[in-house]
Write a protein of this length. Structure first.
Length: 172
């Protein structure tokens, strides 16, 4: 059983490690090493993650077993959102789980944390972008009530990819 805890600046190295490892595990099979490396070198660095942790409109959570981070969640409120920028919406920017823990409900626990945060803060909508070729994640989000509402471009190195935008309405 995993536990959830908020990530702080003192967790920066652990966040960097799990961010890079889970991204590689998730996308290496469908992308070139060069594009993966370029993306990681530009987007998953200590400086970039430090800035994201310092942003009051973003928050990170670890799923842990003992002291080990096995997955993480990144949420964006307000102006930190990558697309909607709606004050009544909460973005799940990242849910990633180490490969060895996939299928063990870790992603579900992280999603439920995001859902609870959104409901408690009285958001109307929880939304995210997911790569159109990440069928496992798309199935997961559909199972949890998300529906598609658009697309946006996502650049991975030199490759422009398409993310499907998905949402779940929360208003009572």
């Amino acid at each position: 059983m995993s536990h959830i805890r908020k990530v702080t600046l003192s967790d920066l190295e652990d966040l960097l490690k799990i961010s890079r490892q889970t991204f590689i595990e998730t996308f290496a099979g469908d992308n070139t090493e060069q594009n993966l490396r370029k993306y990681l070198d530009e987007n998953m660095t200590s400086d970039k993650l430090r800035n994201e942790l310092a942003n009051p409109d973003s928050e990170f959570y670890f799923a842990t077993v003992g002291d080990k981070a096995i997955g993480y969640l990144k949420l964006n409120h307000g102006s930190a959102q990558t697309e909607e920028k709606d004050s009544k919406s909460l973005e799940i920017e990242r849910i990633y789980v180490l490969k060895e823990f996939l299928g063990k409900q870790v992603g579900q626990v992280l999603f439920e944390m995001a859902y609870r945060i959104a409901k408690d803060a009285k958001y109307n909508r929880l939304w995210l972008g997911v790569w159109e070729r990440n069928s496992r994640a798309i199935r997961f989000y559909r199972k949890n009530g998300f529906v598609e509402f658009g697309t946006h471009a996502f650049r991975l190195g030199d490759d422009e990819q398409t993310d499907i935008l998905m949402k779940i309405e929360l208003a009572d």
